[in-house]
Design a protein around this ligand. Structure first.
Ligand SMILES: Cc1ncc(COP(=O)(O)OP(=O)(O)O)c(N)n1
Ligand SMILES: Cc1ncsc1CCOP(=O)(O)O
Ligand SMILES: [Mg+2]
Length: 212
């Protein structure tokens, strides 16, 4: 994968969206997101066949837009529908095992320490996501708010390894995350709850462009 694909990395599931997830994703694509993660979690989340059917529709939109379609946690679904990749955390299947299963696809891993970061690289991760950088209401079972210190440390030691920040990132604070060395920002609420999701995606893209 290219680092540029992390610039504005939108994540959503049906429970996060104010209108339909298809409409929200289309607006985000029109605004310029470079990657999408289907994260179907939380109250009212779809499972089984209904989850798969939505995944297929979102995958088709991403394909048409030429952006990677990543699935959160559900490795079996990712393999079933030939998604472009998966994102896993420290509590999910081990990255080394997922790397084998996903073959040439994208594997993203959540990390919270330098040790987890170096292990993710050794296990064959293509990028890491780190956070929560700021306070978030979207995920309750997170590690403590971390700020941008770890991003700086990771970039100092591995300047070329793709890193994205996540958690509580907004149009207002995205610049701080980019300036710390992140290759992009990963957001749920900043786009999915925006009055105008297309504009929100476009503004995040502008923050990325002006910090390069
Ligand atoms: C890009 C990105 N970074 C981090 C996460 C969080 O993954 P995880 O810790 O496994 O938590 P869940 O998202 O599965 O609740 C992510 N999804 N994406
Ligand atoms: C999935 C995840 N992992 C760490 S924080 C978070 C939630 C990010 O959502 P938001 O952008 O709404 O804060
Ligand atoms: Mg996970």
């Amino acid at each position: 994968m290219e680092k540029e694909q992390l610039a504005v990395y939108f994540i959503a599931g049906t429970p996060n969206c104010l209108t339909t997830i298809e409409e929200t994703l289309q607006a985000a694509i029109d605004g310029g997101i470079a990657m999408f993660q289907f994260r179907e979690k939380g109250e009212g989340a779809l499972t089984g066949e209904r989850k798969k059917q939505i995944a297929l529709r979102l995958q088709a939109k991403c394909k048409q837009a030429g952006i990677p379609f990543i699935i959160n946690d559900d490795i079996a679904l990712a393999i079933d529908i030939a998604a472009d990749g998966v994102h896993i955390g420290q509590e999910d299947e081990p990255a080394s095992v997922v790397r084998e299963k996903i073959k040439g696809g994208i594997v993203g891993v959540s990390v919270h320490t330098m040790d987890e970061f170096e292990k993710a690289i050794a296990d064959g991760a293509d990028y890491v996501g780190t956070g929560p950088i700021y306070v978030t209401a979207t995920k309750t079972d997170t590690r403590p708010v971390a700020g941008t210190t770890l991003i700086r440390k990771m970039k100092d030691k591995y300047p070329d390894f793709p890193i994205v920040g996540i958690g509580g990132i907004t149009i207002e604070n995205a610049e701080e995350v980019m300036k710390a060395g992140a290759d992009g920002v990963s957001v749920i609420t900043a786009i999915s709850h925006a009055k105008n999701p297309k504009q929100a995606a476009s503004q995040l893209k502008n923050v990325f462009s002006r910090t390069q």
